[in-house]
Design a protein around this ligand. Structure first.
Ligand code: AHM
Ligand code: MG
Length: 340
């Protein structure tokens, strides 16, 4: 990135906002604050390998403060930063049973709510594999001037205003989608700014990688098993057998899927009939983003974004990625209804 061409995420979002004369810039303020939280979380993630030297999580550090677990640290960082953001009325998080409505006069008049998984894939911390923060931003449906309500957080994905993730990988990136498209920003550590590095990201229509926890296949139904056979079958013209890649960190698996194409799957199985991943702060934001990039995301027969949520922490099976690969898997797998 040549310095003269650097566009910071802040500059970019403001430029995008100006394309709409009626836009107030409130959404850019939230994206900026999520970016700020991402930078603070990133700093802590980068130190994670040092905890054995500097003191284990849960132990007391040299200043006499207790070391916080990284996922709790990430959660508190997001909650506190968004509380200070005058545009955010409240949040819901994977780490909290219920939504949190910010009880101050500014927040009561704020138009947006944010849902997040503060540190997804946290079981990967120990092995230095990528992890991430996933976020989803809705315009609230409850009355302005009053605290936000659960209904604000139970909107379907097709009502999202923006969504994305921060990936703490070999570099740190923030990728977010609005209805205008998907853009990726790489953290330039020397200036502490996310800078536009991946403009107008598109998920290739076809791919050659399937990504799932194949160790669970003893619990899969026939549709899924037949699809796996299809992926592993030889067909030169169609580029099969496909490669299998699975990091076990949704953000990392989705980042690869977005850039290289492919399909990421977390299906329902005999022990998890509703799948594992959470609709509101894992699947919907990723589905919104991948659709904005030209890809597709379904729970079986219907689009993820059309599911009407009934619970904050509800799960859904997910098939997401390159459009043609998702269409193909739908020929094999049928999941009619996913509720709760
Ligand atoms: P988490 O929110 O507890 O970290 O769980 C979500 C993670 C995803 O990042 C990943 O896709 C999946 O769980 C991996 O699950 P599994 O270990 O069952 O393959
Ligand atoms: Mg998670």
């Amino acid at each position: 990135m040549s310095q003269s061409k650097l566009i910071t995420m802040d500059e970019f979002t403001i430029q995008e906002t100006r394309k709409f004369p009626q836009a107030t810039g409130d959404l850019s303020a939230i994206l900026r604050d999520i970016g700020l939280a991402g930078k603070i979380i990133n700093k802590q993630v980068r130190k994670a390998g040092l905890v054995d030297i500097l003191g284990k999580h849960g132990a007391t550090n040299v200043q006499g403060e207790e070391q916080m677990k990284l996922d709790i640290f990430a959660n508190e960082t997001l909650i506190n930063i968004l509380k200070n953001c005058t545009e955010c009325a409240g949040i819901a998080s994977e780490e909290n049973d219920n939504h949190l409505s910010y009880e101050d006069t500014f927040s009561a008049n704020s138009k947006y709510v944010v849902l997040f998984d503060p540190l997804d894939g946290s079981s990967n911390i120990d092995v230095n594999a990528p992890i991430g923060t996933i976020f989803a931003i809705y315009r609230r449906v409850s009355e302005l001037g009053k605290p936000c309500t659960e209904a604000d957080f139970l909107q379907p994905g097709n009502k999202l205003m923006a969504a994305g993730y921060v990936i703490y990988g070999s570099s740190t990136m923030m990728v977010y989608a609005t209805r205008l498209g998907v853009n990726g920003f790489t953290l330039e550590p020397s200036i502490g700014e996310f800078c536009l590095s991946h403009p107008n990201m598109k998920c290739p229509e076809n791919g050659k990688i399937y990504s799932l926890n194949q160790g669970n296949s003893v619990k899969f139904d026939d549709g899924m098993l037949n699809y796996l056979t299809y992926c592993m079958e030889s067909n030169k013209e169609e580029g099969r057998p496909y490669s299998q890649r699975y990091i076990g960190s949704m953000v990392a698996d989705m980042h690869r899927t977005l850039i290289k194409g492919g399909i990421f799957i977390y299906p329902a199985d005999k022990s998890s009939p509703k799948g594992k991943l959470r609709l509101q702060y894992e699947c919907n934001p990723m589905a919104f983003l991948i659709e904005a990039a030209g890809g597709k995301a379904v729970c079986g027969t219907s689009n993820i974004l059309d599911i009407i949520p009934t619970e904050l922490h509800q799960r859904t099976p997910i098939f997401i990625g390159s459009k043609n690969m998702v269409n193909k898997v739908m020929e094999f797998v049928k999941v009619k209804e996913v509720v709760g």
